[in-house]
Design a protein around this ligand. Structure first.
Ligand code: ADP
Ligand code: MG
Length: 715
């Protein structure tokens, strides 16, 4: 057996030589890589016949349906471009309800009949694919006898080329539906919700006197947190490999989590990894912007600039994919699980969200003119109303098995949804409600109030890290999402609930204007009324404090602590009525999502519980037994008795867990996942509690698993 510290020595000895790609002169155009692997509008302009390009752009700008006659021309240009870049295959790249992405590769080349082959790729192949859909979850939508599913090209998200050392693949972002036309993916509802929001928001803009914007886009900037650990440790931990998190592991000594990690300098190997990841993402046209260390040791963050929701959601998947695939080149593993290490801060994904017009305006920017302030107040009120009314739905979109370790655990927002407006903006709403402030001038409230500081842009305003839904200057930041989650469902919900609230406020505004109230006064009244009716959702205090739990209960806010509590919110009569009314998701489509999410919880917990039992029995129990033998042979009575006692406790806890794991139950059944939450999780925790105590008394060389201190601190 090698010395137990040996693997740490080799993990720490990383050296850049074989993976470094050197330094480019970035003033030279050929070294500028942004978007070179994306079939972006810029490439389309170069490659497509002028009239085709114009018609395509017009279609996209207006969010209209695609004219199929365009497809052949686009397909031919896309094929030539992809072949030049070395792509031998293409795939319709889509996002099934698993929350990840799927691809099925087809070769461009078809036989000519005379022994040769030519590159074929027609508009038909661009527009539609027919993957075997039977292995993707459909939540009961698609019976196996009608297993066909279709993928349909999404022209609003640029195609891109993924390269690997042995070739390249053209990826065409697509939607995925059943043959009966039901959405089997996360993209279709997101696109529908963007349309719906645009319609409502443009209607309101007209009432507000803005005649120019033709379309409103929602935007997302997602900040991605993740862990990096050396791959040696990873492959020595079955729990990390199988479940993405450590099911065992005692906490490192207190105070080890040194403050200087957060925003501290980035270790060399990690920085090399980040630069490589960013380069690949830039080539794909993902506008990655910032990188830094996060709060926990071994934890980091990457954030791109915001983009249109649909493109941002696609790009988010690429971010996760490239991050995971690049890490092994540096001897690292990238962990996207929400809680890889118990007792150490977990990872989230902040969803910065706003609404912008096709003319570049941001509806959630207070602006500099009295008019833009009115517009801002109107849309901001709508968001407050939407989040208050549908807090449960929003909470449900952030639910998964990993999230239950994070939300409400003083490291992520509480499970109670509330809105943080910032003291200045909250004062504005309070003043308007009281009939005091000048509603057309909220911008003027947002000065720094000290003569020595320059008037900072409002975006620098105050912060409340504990709030799940915070106004941050010109956007709202939904902070409850987990690091492994897709942006699709959350933003589908955000867009749809906001569309509904905008419509309701617009109805009110319309009535007031029709009855002769002038615009500014009418907006003020609507703002005041909306704020009064919904202000229970506004909270600027400490979301981690126990008092907030009580205060929130008094206010009647929901507090769904776990996934099984939260998921039924997806299928309440209110939620179904909303989504049916706006034709974003039908009842069947909502039920399907609910069912798939319940099943994912059940399956993942089951895998965790079985892995925990197996590891405890086959790795930890033998180590403990060896330790008993050692002490016993050395004639040490008290230590022998101590380890023996713990070992027997461990064995009993394993038996208990195994018995619960054998319990019959459908993993997609609500009752079964409640049983898992209430019985299986505590049994797993008990096995872990004893095992973690054993870790502290069993000889280091006998302990079979890398320790937290090794995984987290050796970089
Ligand atoms: P933080 O202080 O939380 O790290 P940043 O100011 O760095 O926040 O921005 C976080 C994210 O917000 C970035 O991805 C940024 O692009 C995004 N963002 C900025 N403006 C908008 C907007 N109008 N819509 C959506 N996201 C936006
Ligand atoms: Mg943030």
């Amino acid at each position: 057996m090698t010395h137990p510290r040996q693997r740490n020595v080799s993990a720490a000895r990383w050296n850049a030589d074989d993976v470094a790609f050197g330094i480019d002169d970035l003033t030279r155009p050929q070294n500028q890589i942004f978007g070179v692997d994306a079939f972006s509008p810029a490439v389309q302009r170069q490659r497509l016949p002028k009239d085709v390009y114009k018609r395509l752009q017009r279609t996209l700008e207006r969010g209209e349906a695609l004219d199929v006659t365009l497809a052949d021309a686009v397909a031919s240009a896309m094929r030539d471009w992809a072949l030049e870049k070395g792509a031998s295959h293409y795939t319709h790249w889509f996002q099934p309800l698993t929350g990840s992405t799927a691809e099925k590769h087809d070769s461009f080349f078809g036989p000519t009949g005379d022994g040769g082959a030519i590159a074929e790729f027609s508009g038909k192949e661009l527009i539609q694919g027919e993957p075997d859909a039977s292995s993707f979850p459909s939540g009961g939508i698609r019976a196996t006898f009608e297993a066909r599913g279709y993928t349909a090209w999404d022209p609003t998200s640029p195609a891109f080329i993924l390269t690997n050392p042995n070739g390249a693949l053209l990826c065409i972002p697509t939607a995925f539906t059943s043959w009966t036309g039901e959405a089997l993916d996360t993209k279709i509802p997101l696109l529908r919700s963007m349309d719906v929001l645009s319609r409502s928001a443009v209607r309101a803009l007209r009432l507000l006197g803005d005649t120019d914007p033709q379309r409103v886009f929602t935007t997302i900037g997602a900040e991605q947190e993740y862990f990096l650990i050396d791959e040696q440790y990873y492959y020595e931990r079955p729990d990390l490999q199988i479940t993405g998190r450590t099911l065992f592991g005692a906490q490192p000594p207190k105070g080890h989590e040194l403050d200087d990690h957060y925003f501290g300098s980035i270790p060399e190997r990690v920085l090399a990894y980040m630069m490589d990841t960013e380069r690949q993402l830039q080539r794909l046209g993902v506008p990655v912007k910032t990188r830094h260390n996060e709060v926990a040791p071994g934890q980091y963050e990457l954030a791109p600039l915001f983009e249109t929701s649909n493109v941002a959601a696609d790009h988010q998947h690429l971010v996760m994919q490239v991050m995971e695939q690049t890490a092994p080149h540096y001897g690292l593993i990238c962990l996207l699980h929400e809680k890889p290490f118990a007792g150490v801060n977990g990872s989230g994904k902040h969803n910065n969200w706003s609404m912008g017009t096709d003319l570049g305006g941001n509806l959630l920017d207070p602006g500099d003119t009295p008019h833009s302030n009115l517009v801002f107040l109107f849309y901001c009120s709508a968001v407050i109303k939407a989040v208050n009314k549908h807090q449960g739905l929003l909470r449900a979109t952030a639910a998964n098995v990993g999230q239950d370790h994070r939300l409400g655990a003083n490291e992520a927002p509480p499970a109670i949804i509330s809105i943080f407006l910032g003291s200045e903006l909250e004062a504005v709403f309070e003043a308007i409600e009281a009939g005091e402030g000048d509603p057309s001038a909220p911008g003027s409230f947002l000065g720094m109030g000290t003569p020595v500081l320059p008037p900072l842009p409002r975006h620098g305003g105050d912060r409340n890290r504990t709030s799940p839904f915070a106004f941050t200057g010109n956007k709202f930041e939904f902070r409850a999402l987990g690091s492994s989650q897709s942006l699709g469902l959350t933003n589908t919900v955000l867009n749809t609930i906001t569309a509904e609230a905008i419509d309701e406020l617009a109805d009110e505004l319309e009535k007031k204007i029709e009855s002769g109230t002038e615009l500014a006064a009418a907006v003020t009244e609507v703002t005041a009324e909306t704020y009064t009716a919904n202000k229970r959702i506004v909270f600027g205090g400490d979301g981690y404090a126990d008092e907030w739990q009580e205060e929130a209960a008094r206010r009647g806010l929901l507090n769904h602590r776990t996934t099984p509590d939260a998921l039924p919110e997806l299928v309440t009569p209110d939620a179904i009525a909303l989504f049916e009314k706006y034709e974003v998701l039908s009842e069947r489509e909502m039920e399907a999502r609910f069912e798939v999410l319940v099943e994912q919880y059940g399956v993942k917990l089951n895998i965790e519980a079985e892995t925990a039992a197996q590891m405890a029995r086959t790795l930890i129990l033998p180590a403990a037994t060896a330790q008993i033998k050692r002490f016993d042979e050395a004639g040490l009575e008290a230590p022998t008795a101590e380890v023996r006692g713990l070992t027997e406790e461990l064995y009993a806890s394993i038996l208990k867990l195994e018995e619960l794991n054998r319990k019959e139950g459908e993993l997609n059944d609500m009752n079964h996942i409640l049983f898992q939450r209430d019985q299986v999780i505590p049994a797993m925790n008990e096995v872990r509690r004893v095992a973690d105590r054993l870790e502290k008394v069993v000889a280091d060389e006998l302990w079979p698993l890398p320790l937290y201190s090794e995984m987290l601190f050796i970089k």
